[in-house]
Design a protein around this ligand. Structure first.
Ligand code: FES
Length: 90
C-alpha cells in the first residue's frame, strides 16, 4: 500500500504505524514546535506527544499510535500548521 508524506508517495506495509513509515523513510524529525525546536519519535507509546503530525487534514495526530492506511495523507507540522505552510510565512 502507499501513503503520501508531504505530497510524496511512500510505500507502507500493513501493520505499520505512521511513525514506523516515517522513520523507515529517514524522517527523524517529525515536527517542529512553534519556536522551531525539532521533535521526533521519543516514547513510541502515545505518552510524550513529540510525534504529532497531520493525517488526512487532522492536526496533532500521534504518529506512533496511528496505523498507516492505504491512501493516507501525512504532513509534517510546524507549530499547529503543516510544515510547508510555516515555511511560506518565513
Ligand atoms: S512518540 Fe511519544 S507520543 Fe508518539
Amino acid at each position: 500500500m502507499a501513503i503520501t508524506v508531504d505530497g510524496e508517495p511512500v510505500e507502507a506495509y500493513l501493520g505499520e504505524t505512521v511513525a514506523a513509515v516515517l522513520i523507515a523513510r529517514g524522517d527523524a524529525e517529525l515536527r517542529r514546535t512553534r519556536h522551531g525546536a525539532s521533535r521526533g519519535l521519543y516514547c513510541g507509546m502515545g505518552l510524550c506527544f513529540e510525534c504529532l503530525v497531520m493525517v488526512n487534514g487532522v492536526a496533532n495526530v500521534r504518529a506512533c499510535m496511528t496505523w498507516a492506511n492505504d491512501g493516507m495523507e501525512v504532513r509534517h507540522m510546524a507549530g499547529l500548521v503543516p510544515a510547508e505552510a510555516g515555511k511560506e510565512s518565513d
